[in-house]
Design a protein around this ligand. Structure first.
Ligand SMILES: [Fe+2]
Length: 227
């Protein structure tokens, strides 16, 4: 696969990614597969800016383990929507079985968009034998976020919503912002998401306002003009 060859990974890592790619290609709908690959590409773009850059930056996670973080990000990007191939009732049953390990009320687990992330992480853990907490966390929280998200989690959250196939009014501005300031971008994407949920009379995740307040502080701290 051409796109796997271009990833900044060693041969062993590329083979593992290729294996995941073959598996998801077989079971995802064409639309879900294209969204997944497009999310991976956007993650890659943001990783170059915020993870793999070797100059000192406030948002850089440091040089030593940056390649490892990047590798985990690629895996999480490919598997973030794996839960979507399961039926609502199956996802609900898996989420309830693992209820102690997720921050969710019963009402939260009735929200399909949340459920596929929460249950998806457990499905991926078992189906792909992935035990890495950072990868599983990125998958678990990719639709709702959590307080004090890691750089990788922010990248997955943002990329899922602004990858190049997405097409809505604000997306061009959000893409521009994503390369300038990841925290401000997270704030704007999260805001956009809350507005979408309310405008469409959908149920909202019980921790959304706590997360929003946390993101708001983060976005504000890095841009003095906002406070
Ligand atoms: Fe997605």
């Amino acid at each position: 696969m051409d796109f796997i060859d271009k990833l900044k990974l060693n041969q062993r890592q590329k083979e593992y990614i290729s294996n995941i790619n073959d598996r998801i290609h077989d079971v995802f709908s064409p639309d879900l597969y294209e969204h997944t690959i497009s999310t991976l590409f956007y993650c890659e773009k943001l990783a170059v800016r915020y993870i793999l850059n070797d100059h000192i930056s406030e948002e850089s996670v440091g040089f030593l383990n940056s390649q490892d973080i990047y590798y985990k990000l690629c895996i999480a990007a490919l598997l973030h929507d794996y839960g979507k191939i399961f039926h609502f009732e199956e996802l609900k049953e898996i989420a309830f079985r693992n209820k102690n390990e997720i921050n969710a009320t019963e009402a939260d687990l009735d929200i399909h968009s949340i459920l596929h992330g929460f249950a998806g992480a457990f499905i991926v853990r078992d189906a792909f034998n992935i035990k890495d907490e950072e990868i599983l966390n990125s998958i678990k929280y990719h639709t709702i976020g959590y307080c004090n998200m890691s750089t990788s989690d922010k990248i997955i959250y943002i990329s899922d919503k602004i990858e190049e196939r997405r097409n809505y009014r604000e997306v061009f501005y959000l893409r521009e912002l994503s390369l300038k300031n990841i925290n401000l971008c997270l704030l704007e994407v999260y805001k956009n998401n809350i507005i979408y949920i309310i405008r469409n009379n959908k149920n909202i995740y019980s921790d959304t306002f706590k997360i929003w307040n946390n993101i708001q502080i983060l976005g504000g701290l890095l841009d003095g003009s906002r406070r």
